[in-house]
Design a protein around this ligand. Structure first.
Ligand code: ZN
Ligand code: ZN
Ligand code: FE
Length: 761
């Protein structure tokens, strides 16, 4: 006999998890109980050891479809005295609230919706306890119809019966609705409602027009993804020349036609979160190249609301395309539109037709975006379907004061934390836009009240020009500054459940260094409270101010050495003579010039020097093209011969990236292929990171490495870095569900602040 206490973290509430545990325990003749603790489910089970083992395995392997177990903690405990296994009602642990993310429509509801004999035939708001909106319709906790957007829709007798019937799939399903009592869809600026509105929308899409459609967490702009003219029109109207659009495909078979879908990818693409998954395109697909110009990749997602399914299939005789562009309906950098007023103001000029509905969206949630790496999600934007699930750090359980972390400037998210649980928010936007700052303020208030966390301190990035810095100051709370790259590393540690010292490799575009220079290629010795900068890539001059961040040719010019700089720059096609001379003048006279260790800029420079991208039209474009070129080389299995470059070190470890750049340029001038050199650059950088970490280990005795920062969105680099580090016996911490980019730093800020507060008490 043995007794165990098991804590299960993840989506384990409102998804039938406790009845499942109950059945499983009875199957293996175990006694004990299961109870909700707010952010986790606690299970105490007694029985024969081998039965406990099987129970433990099946607990995760056979969990209900909509459950998603992120973490299981278990320990042996005192024997449990009691008869049968029971589901216990219990108080939530104080300070830890669980708000469910929105869940994609389930298979049972989808079938009913297309069943002519069902009373919810073609109802655009069908849902059940396994599926439907959650966070985005919530006014207040506890989660109850009265405190959601469904308050304005009193249940009809038939819905009420299902809602109160324990044997019904809709028992206690708060957003329950039907044709008689549920919300209605309608066209903005037209009298068309219900079926007529849906038909008009489908007609418009078929005709190559641009539509806006209200979804779960905001409006989408939508058009036929198999129609080149329609996609071009959307690009023109949205003034978005080449940034990729996500495409919603009708079903898995269509996804299969368009992209490579290994098993792990299918699981993520079709999971209850229904994120956008970045995939490798297949030859012969029907989605036009204009959705992602110059890229071998495409971001696909499956329909996740009843209305999406009705866009693809409706009994109106139209033959709809099976792939639709679905891009956030927002002005660039601003938050996604969620109300009719916002849609009228900002989407009406872009869309020929706007389909809305009267179920209010309370909290915005953009689509989440992920890659699949090593069999699981590797998040780029963590939003709908994931937010606001908490990250748990039990070692900080005793930090009782609420913490608010306001995040960074681009891809802003914020994070609330208390008692060792940290709740990263959905995507907000780029803080350069005043509407994003308003949205941040409003969403912080809403989430703080939903999660019952009253912030006692605010953590922020000390960059003087960040709008989040002034927002933090405006709150009138004690403020804790957390350096940008430290926040990246702590976010990575936190997602791996760690707070102890690591070697942090923080590579990104830009972050404010403690010496006032631009950092972005840092080796840190860090724990969750503090850090020392023990190394970096070789500093270079970044001239041209704001423009240097978009124009890789300017960085490349700054990195060129020797006599014949102008001639080389001309041969590489970095610019015309006038531009080159003007930029050289800026560099020589240190006008508008900062010292930088940004690896993001280094990628831009290499991309420009190889003729792949001289000027980026969206953030990360140059790096994306460089990665694509490198993958084209490695996918053929070609060997990558890269130079051996020694580190220089006098207390501070320096990765010789300038020498690496010269090597790439020299090989380019002597005729090596662009894709080979792109691969050489990736492999060399991975090699340098490996050497840097070995030097750091020699220096500090620490042999765990955390990899974070936007550069690690590059999965080719990540793979090679991981393989180098593994060979050298390092323990590696990397991201999974928290983005490596600036969308992840709020978590790091919050954890750092909580850890520092704990230290004080
Ligand atoms: Zn359902
Ligand atoms: Zn009803
Ligand atoms: Fe960053």
């Amino acid at each position: 006999m043995m007794t165990k206490e098991i804590r299960v973290y993840g989506i384990v509430q409102g998804v039938g998890f406790r009845p499942f545990v109950h059945r499983l325990a009875e199957k293996y003749s175990l006694t004990g109980y299961v109870a909700n603790k707010g952010a986790y489910v606690i299970i105490v089970v007694s029985g024969a050891e081998e039965n406990l083992d099987t129970f433990r395995r099946e607990l995760v392997a056979k969990a209900p479809e909509r459950a998603s177990v992120f973490r299981v903690e278990e320990r042996e405990t005192e024997a449990f005295a009691g008869g049968k296994f029971a589901i216990e009602e219990s108080e939530a642990d104080s300070g830890s609230r669980f708000v469910s993310p929105d869940i994609a429509i389930c298979e049972a509801c989808r079938k009913e919706m297309f069943d002519e004999n069902d009373r919810r035939y073609l109802h655009p708001f069908i849902n059940c306890t396994d599926c439907g909106p959650r966070l985005t319709i919530l006014d207040e906790m506890p989660y109850d119809r009265e405190r959601t957007s469904m308050r304005s829709f009193p249940m009809c007798p038939a819905c009420s019966e299902e809602y109160h019937d324990r044997s019904s799939r809709r028992y206690d399903a708060q957003p329950i609705a039907c044709h008689d009592c549920g919300p209605t869809v309608y066209l903005l600026g037209s009298a068309a409602r219900g079926a007529a509105a849906i038909r008009a929308l489908r007609r418009a899409i078929c005709d190559g027009k641009i539509a806006a459609v209200k979804g779960i967490g905001g409006f989408h702009l939508c058009c036929d993804a198999t129609n080149k003219a329609a996609v071009r029109l959307l690009r023109e109207r949205k003034i978005r020349p080449s940034k990729p659009f996500a495409v919603m495909v009708r079903d898995m078979a269509t996804a299969e036609r368009e992209a490579e879908l290994p098993k792990a990818v299918r699981a993520v693409l079709d999971g209850p979160e229904k994120p956008i998954v970045i995939l490798r395109r297949r030859e012969g697909g029907k989605i036009v190249a204009a959705v992602a110009p110059g890229s071998r990749r495409v971001g696909l997602l499956l329909p996740y609301t009843p209305l999406h399914f009705l866009l693809f299939d409706y009994p109106d005789g139209l033959s709809m395309p099976d792939a639709l562009v679905m891009t956030s309906g927002n002005p660039p950098g601003a938050p996604i539109c969620r109300t009719d007023e916002e849609a009228r103001e900002t989407l009406a000029p872009l869309a020929d037709v706007i389909l809305s509905h009267d179920r209010r969206i309370r909290v915005r949630a953009d689509d989440s975006v992920t890659e699949v790496y090593d069999g699981g999600p590797y998040m780029i934007r963590r939003s709908r379907g994931y937010a606001p699930l908490p990250v748990a750090l039990p070692m900080l359980e005793k930090s009782r004061d609420g913490v608010l972390a306001v995040g960074g400037e681009l891809k802003n998210t914020f994070c609330l934390g208390q008692g060792g649980l940290f709740y990263p928010s959905a995507h907000i936007g780029d803080m350069g836009d005043a509407r994003s700052v308003d949205c941040l303020r409003e969403t912080v208030e809403r989430m703080a009240s939903l999660l019952a966390i009253e912030p006692h301190v605010v953590a922020y990035d000390p960059h003087p020009a960040y709008h989040t810095t002034s927002f933090a100051a405006s709150l009138g709370l004690p403020a804790i500054a957390v350096q940008h790259h430290h926040a990246h590393i702590v976010s990575c540690m936190a997602e791996n459940g760690r707070i102890d010292p690591v070697i942090g490799v923080a590579f990104d575009g830009t972050g404010y260094g403690t010496d006032g220079s631009v950092w972005g290629g840092e080796l840190l010795l860090a724990d969750s409270r503090s850090f020392t900068r023990i190394g970096s890539v070789e500093p270079f001059a970044q001239a041209g101010g704001e423009r240097a961040a978009r124009e890789g040719w300017r960085i490349a010019l700054g990195l060129l050495q020797g006599e014949a700089v102008v001639e080389i720059a001309l041969r590489l096609g970095l610019g015309d003579e006038e531009e080159i001379e003007a930029q050289r003048f800026l560099i020589a006279n240190k006008i508008n010039t900062v010292t930088s260790t940004s690896v993001g800029r280094l990628f831009d420079a290499v991309s420009a020097a190889l003729g792949l991208c001289r000027v980026s039209t969206f953030e990360g474009e140059a790096a994306m093209r460089l990665q694509c070129a490198a993958e084209a080389w490695t996918s053929n299995g070609a060997v990558v011969k890269f130079p051996t470059l020694g580190l220089s070190e006098d207390g501070h470890i320096v990765l010789p990236t300038a020498a690496l750049f010269s090597e790439i340029v020299n090989r380019r001038l002597s005729g090596a292929s662009v894709s080979e050199l792109a691969a050489v650059f990736h492999a060399s950088l991975a090699g340098l990171i490996g050497s840097g970490c070995r030097a750091a280990r020699d220096k500090t005795g620490v042999s765990t490495v955390a990899l974070s920062g936007g550069v690690f969105q590059n999965t080719l680099l990540l793979r090679w870095v991981e393989s180098n580090l593994r060979r050298d016996g390092f323990e590696i911490l990397r991201h999974r569900l928290i983005p490596a980019n600036d969308g992840g730093i709020a978590l790091g800020q919050a954890v750092c602040a909580a850890a520092r507060m704990m230290e004080k008490t």
